[in-house]
Design a protein around this ligand. Structure first.
Ligand SMILES: Nc1ncnc2c1ncn2[C@@H]1O[C@H](COP(=O)(O)OP(=O)(O)OP(=O)(O)O)[C@@H](O)[C@H]1O
Length: 299
C-alpha cells in the first residue's frame, strides 16, 4: 500500500502560490518553540526571513520544508498539504540548504553535489547525461570548480557554505530555501551569492532566505518576514517593514536602514550607548540623538 501511495501524483492546484504557510506552530520536547508564523511565496519572488537569535526562524523554515512536524497550522506547496508529500515529491518542489550541514568523511565536493541531484535519479538507477550536466552547472554557478575534487572535511567554513548552495542548486527545484547561507561568507562572496539568488528569481524560481544581515535582506528581498518570539510579527516590502521603530522593538537596537536610489543599502547602527559615543567623540559634547548619517555604517 505504501508503494501505491508513493506513486500517486500530488493534486497540484493551478494558480495556488508555490508555498503558502499559515499559523504554523511547532513544539519540540513538549515545548512550543514556534507559536504562529505565516509565509507566502510566489514564482520569481525572493523572501527574506529575519529575526533575532532564537526567534524560531530555522524551526519555521524547516517545518515549512517538511523537515519538522507541525503541531498546528497548514503548509501547502502548490496547493498540496505538505503532510501529503513524500520525500521525492517534496524534493521536486523545494531544495533546502541547512544552517549546519552534515560533513561526511571521505566525500568530495563533486560527490556531495551529485548527492544533491539524487532525487532525480531513479532508485538503483544511474545518473543520466542531464543529471551530470545539472551537477556541473550547479558547481559552476556556485563558483566552486577550483575545489570540486577536495574532500568536504578539508574546506573552510565559507567554502563549505558555497558547496551547500551547489548541492541545493543541483536539485533544480522551483523553490530554493537557504538557512543563513552567508553567515561564513566574506563580503565579496556574499555579494556574489546575493547576485546568484536574485538571478534565480529572474529565471522564475523562488528563494526563501533566512538571513541576519538586514542590509543584505533589504537589498535582495521583495518581501521581508520578521520572526520574533516564535511569531511572524511583520511582513512586507523591506522599506516598510525594517523601520527604525521595529529595529528597536525586535532587535533592541537604535538603528536605521538606508536604501539609496542606486541600490546601495546600509544599516546605520548606534553601536554604543550615548555616554560612550560622547566619550569616543572626546569633546564632552551634549548627549544628543544623532541622525543616521553621522553614525558608523555597514555597507
Ligand atoms: N531540538 C530542540 N530542542 C530544544 N530547543 C530547541 C530545539 N531546536 C530549537 N530549539 C530552541 O528553539 C528556539 C528557536 O530556535 P531556532 O533555531 O528556530 O531559532 P533561530 O531564529 O533560527 O535562531 P538563530 O538566529 O540563532 O539561528 C531556540 O530557543 C532554540 O534553542
Amino acid at each position: 500500500m505504501s508503494a501505491l501511495l508513493q506513486r500517486r501524483q500530488p493534486a497540484f492546484v493551478a494558480g495556488a502560490p508555490l508555498l503558502d504557510a499559515r499559523d504554523v506552530e511547532v513544539a519540540i520536547g513538549g515545548k512550543t518553540i514556534l507559536h504562529s508564523a505565516d509565509l507566502v511565496v510566489g514564482a520569481g519572488e525572493l523572501v527574506a526571513v529575519v529575526g533575532p537569535n532564537g526567534a524560531g526562524k530555522s524551526t519555521f523554515v524547516r517545518a515549512v520544508a517538511g523537515l519538522e512536524s507541525m503541531t498546528a497550522g497548514t503548509v501547502h506547496w502548490s496547493g498540496v498539504p505538505v503532510t501529503e508529500l513524500r520525500g521525492r515529491q517534496l524534493a521536486a518542489l523545494r531544495a533546502f540548504v541547512p544552517q549546519r550541514a552534515r560533513v561526511p568523511d571521505g566525500v568530495t565536493v563533486r560527490e556531495a553535489v551529485r548527492i544533491g541531484r539524487s532525487p532525480h535519479v531513479k532508485p538503483l538507477g544511474r545518473m543520466t547525461r542531464a543529471d551530470h550536466d545539472a551537477v556541473e552547472r550547479a558547481i559552476a554557478r556556485a563558483g566552486i570548480e577550483q575545489f570540486a575534487e577536495r574532500r568536504l572535511t578539508t574546506l573552510s567554513g565559507g567554502e563549505l557554505q558555497r558547496v551547500q548552495i551547489a548541492v541545493g542548486l543541483a536539485q533544480e527545484a522551483p523553490v530554493l530555501m537557504a538557512d543563513e547561507p552567508t553567515s561564513a561568507l566574506d563580503l565579496g562572496a556574499t555579494a556574489t551569492l546575493a547576485q546568484l539568488l536574485r538571478g534565480l528569481t529572474h529565471e522564475g524560481l523562488a528563494v526563501v532566505l533566512v538571513v541576519h544581515d538586514l542590509s543584505l535582506a533589504a537589498a535582495v528581498a521583495d518581501t521581508v518576514v520578521v520572526i520574533a518570539h516564535g511569531r511572524s510579527v511583520a511582513t512586507g516590502a523591506p522599506g516598510e517593514v525594517l523601520v527604525r521603530e521595529r529595529l528597536a522593538d525586535v532587535w533592541h537596537v537604535d538603528a536605521a536602514l538606508e536604501t539609496r536610489s542606486d541600490g546601495h543599502t546600509a544599516l546605520h547602527v548606534a553601536w554604543l550607548g550615548a555616554r560612550d559615543r560622547a566619550a569616543a567623540a572626546g569633546d564632552g559634547s551634549q548627549l544628543t540623538d544623532e541622525p543616521p548619517d553621522e553614525r558608523t555604517s555597514l555597507q
